[in-house]
Design a protein around this ligand. Structure first.
Ligand SMILES: NC(=O)c1ccc[n+]([C@@H]2O[C@H](COP(=O)([O-])OP(=O)(O)OC[C@H]3O[C@@H](n4cnc5c(N)ncnc54)[C@H](OP(=O)(O)O)[C@@H]3O)[C@@H](O)[C@H]2O)c1
Length: 311
């Protein structure tokens, strides 16, 4: 049996409908259903599980996170660390993130924020722009599953792409930089920095004044990973000083972005409300159903969270 603990009763019911259609042999039940016995639960698909709940389920085999991040599960000190924890994945998440990153890079290249501002004032802001995508190197910080999917989409638009990650990668079309010792060399080549790192103690506040100072003058920043990666006052200072030319931000801390945040009205900042890559529910249900099929067939689970690495 699989239990869905989602954001509300309606969404739980919808998840169960999709899962039942995709995997009829699996009983999919919404959290809170009367008569539900802890010992019957083999799988949980969850967003913000109640503290202590997962630890109480004696026959739980796999935990699925409704989102790509798992901090809403691991913040409960009692979560069963010995069980597989699967981060949400699937083709649609990669496709949507690739689209967002491509849009953000084009938006920065073609001065989307400046033209929207001028349009708001009915002002004919005739600045056709100097560069094409071929002149602008995109540097993906965190060349993991989403970063790798974005590469061919960016390359298709003409952007040269380089990537930085903990270990060396072989992603066609993107030169790989690895580890702290290669970070400066990576940053020196980047015109648009795209953050796709996971949220860990090591990556918290990584995009700070010191890091941004290592980007070439006129560079821009895109953050579609987690709000904690970017030190907002440092970003604003770098934009105001003219060192950075723009930023596209999808994620914030806290969310929703507070009304009084200086980011909302900043002329060089584009804000989107954490929508970079939210796959449709049916597609996410398909990912879970397929993963359970693989698991029950003795195959490896995809997108496993590693508690030691923290992502
Ligand atoms: N805005 C949205 O709508 C949205 C939607 C989905 C996901 N996200 C976010 O997108 C981010 C990326 O997700 P993903 O699935 O692509 O993650 P992933 O597959 O785990 O990839 C993470 C990458 O970051 C690298 N990395 C981790 N720690 C590092 C460090 N200290 N130094 C250098 N590189 C490091 C990893 O290197 P190795 O491969 O060498 O370990 C890996 O390449 C996550 O923060 C996720 O929460 C946002």
């Amino acid at each position: 049996m699989l239990v869905v603990k989602a954001e509300g009763r309606r969404s739980q019911a919808e998840w169960c409908e999709h899962l039942t259609a995709l995997r009829p042999g699996l009983r999919s039940i919404p959290y809170g259903e009367e008569g539900l016995r802890d010992e019957d639960i083999a799988y949980v698909l969850t967003w913000e599980p109640p503290e202590g709940w997962l630890a109480r389920l004696p026959n739980l085999k796999v935990i699925f996170s409704i989102g790509a991040g798992v901090d809403h599960i691991t913040r409960d000190a009692t979560w069963p660390r010995h069980l597989p924890l699967v981060r949400m994945g699937g083709e649609e998440i990669g496709q949507r993130m690739g689209e967002y990153v491509a849009w953000a890079c084009l938006h920065l290249l073609r001065n989307g924020r400046g033209f929207a501002h001028a349009q708001g004032e009915a002002r004919w802001h005739y600045v056709p722009g100097e560069r094409t995508a071929q002149d602008v190197t995109v540097g993906i910080m965190g060349m993991g599953s989403l970063g790798a999917t974005a590469v061919p989409m960016l390359r298709g638009l003409g952007f040269p792409v380089i990537g930085w990650s903990r270990s060396r990668k072989e992603v066609a079309g993107a030169e790989s930089f690895a580890g702290a010792e290669e970070l400066d060399a990576f940053l020196a080549r980047v015109d648009i920095l795209v953050c796709l790192l996971p949220s860990t103690p090591e990556t918290k506040g990584i995009v700070d004044a010191a890091l941004m100072a290592k980007l070439p003058a006129g560079a821009a920043v895109v953050n579609a990973a987690r709000g904690a990666h970017v030190v907002v006052p440092d970003l604003i200072a770098a934009l105001d000083a003219g060192h950075l030319s723009g930023a596209v931000l999808d994620v914030f801390e806290p969310e929703p972005l507070p009304q009084d945040s200086p980011l909302w009205a900043h002329p060089k900042v584009t804000v989107t409300p954490h929508v970079a890559s939210i796959a449709r529910r049916r597609e996410r249900a398909r990912f879970v159903a397929d993963a359970i099929g693989a698991f029950e067939g003795g195959q490896a689970l995809p997108n496993l969270y590693d508690p030691e690495r923290g992502y």
